[in-house]
Ligand binder design. Sequence first.
Ligand code: IMP
Length: 430
Amino acid sequence: MSVTCVFGMQWGDEGKGRIVDLIAAESDVVVRYQGGANAGHTVIVGDQKYVLHLLPSGAIRPGVLNVIGNGVVVDPWTLLDEVEELKRRDIDLSGRLLVSDRAHVIFPYHKLMDRALEALRGDASIGTTSRGIGPAYADKYTRDGLRVADLLRAEELRPTLLRNLTSRNEILRKAGLEPIDPQQTLDDALAVGRRLEPYIADTVTKLNELWRAGKRILLEGAQGFALDVDQGSYPYVTSSSCGVNGVGPGTGLPPKAVQRVLGIVKAYTTRVGAGPFPTEDVGPAGEHMGVRGKEVGATTGRKRRCGWFDAVVARHAVRTQGVDATALMKLDILSGLDRLKVCTAYEIDGRRIDVPPASAAHWRMCRPVYESLPGWREDLSGIRRFDDLPKEARAYVRFVEAQMGVPVETISVGAERARFIDLRPAAARA
Ligand code: IMP
């Protein structure tokens, strides 16, 4: 299929980078369409580990064009650091990276504002990544934002920056943070604009041309659908549309261009930051997942909270995003647990629901309804065929699949590129 969207169906960190890397091998273009440097997509090739925050995961596949779409909030300093870091590791992005001229820019004041707003929220803080995501999207929608194209024009930058900094500095002072020097910000912005210029492009027109030419386009979602600003566990969410719902606004491609939607789920659930997590396990099982799964944030280094697979969350993504198939990640991590629980519904005050609730208050009241399945002890990392999995692991996959209502077509059993089981029919693999 020439246009595929891959996105996470939980609270992020499902292993999207890994799957995008696999599909990128059969793609001409990989596109990020939302989020920013709050993401941390990890790809392991041999003994090399790459953690990409803003660059699409196609960056490490030679010959693949990488596009940062207009829906991404771009921190140009972080982006250029990433480009430089890859260059040091002999991966050259010259001619292979396009940054949308319409994408909004994250300035240092957005990051400070992120921290200030979190401090002002006190006990109700979200636990953001402090990458300035929320404040940058807020500026976009209040129409105070600056776009990548504006970095090349001092006459556009100056008045908006000065106006923004006057009001933002007041908030920073209130939160006990140092105010920002407007002239320094302007000088830095113009300097970074000059460095970014070779990559800046009208990606909306370019992507539409590539689509019409039948190029294979892979759309890479960041974060996860339970963090989606509309459909997630609001207000404990990120500030963008993390599913296929973000593709139209975030790329300028017609939504109908997407032919195939692949949802990524981990075989258990993790979440970083605050907010509801009905299946969280703070006992030995959660500890097992955290330690064996190395569940530490790729962006912030924070320990991820761990718990059981939540079919309510996964189904919501499947139903609302038209998911065609899923990839089930990190099945190997569950080896060694005697029993495995899968949440099939929630109960609120004795009433059963099978879709996530709208309010934070209801989320807090949700009690998971579990099905318990037998575990297995075998190491799965060397297994490449579904039939070679222990029967308990096969039963677990089939149960989760039935709960989601769409096929599992890939199972990952280790972090390295080749460690996965392909369940697609032979004809579909070619
Ligand atoms: P923000 O996106 O930095 O505003 O953070 C909002 C919430 O989303 C916080 O709970 C973050 O921990 C979470 N979050 C943001 N990006 C990611 C990600 O890539 N993986 C997992 N959680 C994320």
